[in-house]
Design a protein around this ligand. Structure first.
Ligand SMILES: *Cc1c(COP(=O)(O)O)cnc(C)c1O
Length: 355
């Protein structure tokens, strides 16, 4: 694939070393853009200065939400090389989402090459402070000017880049999680397994409710019986119960996290028994009460591994262990971040250098 590169003539001032980056506020100098037209396929791959895109107010994405997104990071190693983590998995997942949303598939090699190319152009934007990274947001939107309900015939595939700060500013810290018993995020047969804006729109109301009650994240139950644990909405969830690692099976309404997949792999390598199965909220509450619930953590690209210190379900507030960071949780965090930032051996071949 040929990518035409037009560099900016007015580069922005980059954040300085030590400057607080936060998440998702700052964007780099360039972005990747590619068009899709029915009959022609994907065409005109280009890297252009970051900026607004012209869209008709009738563009279909604004009305019926036909869009897909991905999320991954570029990491600067101590050797100053730039690494990605399993980008082929994002390419595959993007197409699973695309299929569900009637968006034309993007060839996996083009998806990964586009990421590498735009990160390479903006490689000086990959921050170097401990725990920082360059967040990569590929997405596709439906652009037809049409108010009928149907798949669009034209699309834009765009990749924007955002330098982001360490998720934990002062080291790994446990979070409190609200198990939502009123609203649901996704149902079987719906689009819970797809990374698409609609799932997030559906989740906001419970997020606000949880925040108002002093919890940082929502843990969703299944949309049918409201009984089985699903996921945290931007993270998958794992439990250590009586020495075993247990996580909800991918059932169609849970997003198949790449961090989840990686952690399961590492746990098995380390000799842990891992069960991917249904786990009911009753089983969880019972395990918390009888002391067999040893550790709880979330997994996702943003935080990598997020220790859970407290879980609330209706009238039960459960403290996990001593409310601190579990031993396995910490070990998994160290292993995965070690591989991502190039500080540790990569026995699984997950790290991909951007050259
Ligand atoms: C992206 C996402 C995750 C985590 O996936 P990773 O690939 O590990 O970052 C989990 N749940 C939802 C709903 C997501 O959108």
């Amino acid at each position: 694939m040929e990518i035409k590169i037009t560099k900016t003539t007015s580069p922005k001032v980059k954040p300085k070393k030590g400057e607080k980056l936060g998440f998702g506020h700052i964007f780099t100098d360039h972005m990747f853009v590619m068009d899709y037209t029915e009959g022609q396929g994907w065409h005109d791959a280009r890297i252009v200065p970051y900026g607004n895109i012209p869209l008709a107010p009738s563009a279909m994405v604004f009305h019926y939400g036909q869009e897909m997104f991905e999320g991954l990071k570029a990491y600067r190693g101590d050797d100053d090389k730039i690494y990605l983590f399993r980008p082929d998995m994002n390419a595959k997942r993007a197409n699973n989402s695309n299929q569900r949303l009637c968006i034309p598939e993007i060839p996996e090699d083009i998806f990964v090459d586009a990421i590498k190319a735009v990160v390479d152009v903006d490689r000086d934007w990959v921050p170097s402070d401990e725990g920082t990274s360059l967040y990569i947001r590929p997405f596709v939107i439906a652009t037809d000017e049409f108010l009928g309900v149907a798949p669009s015939k034209t699309y834009l595939f765009i990749i924007v880049l955002s330098p982001s700060g360490a998720y934990y500013e002062s080291g790994l810290a446990p979070v409190g999680i609200w198990i939502e018993d009123e609203y649901v995020r996704a149902v079987r047969g719906g689009m819970g397994f797809a990374k698409t804006g609609g799932n997030y729109a559906a989740s906001l109301i419970a997020q606000v409710k949880a925040h108002d009650s002093g919890y940082s994240q929502v843990l969703w139950l299944d949309g049918v019986e409201r009984k089985y644990i699903e996921e945290v909405g931007a993270m998958n969830i794992m439990f250590k119960i009586s020495g075993k690692v247990i996580t909800p099976a991918l059932n169609g309404s849970i997003l198949p996290g790449i961090t989840r997949n990686s952690i399961i792999h590492v746990c098995k390598e380390w000799g842990y028994e891992v069960e991917e199965r249904k786990i009911s909220v009753e089983e969880l509450v019972a395990a918390a009460k009888d002391g067999s619930l040893e550790e709880v953590w979330g997994t996702g690209t943003a935080a990598v591994v997020s220790p859970v210190g407290k879980l609330r379900y209706m009238d039960d507030v459960m403290t996990i262990g001593d409310g601190g960071i579990g031993e396995l949780t910490q070990k998994l965090y160290d292993e995965l971040t070690g591989i991502q930032w190039g500080k540790r051996e990569d026995p699984y071949g997950w790290r991909v250098e951007v050259k």
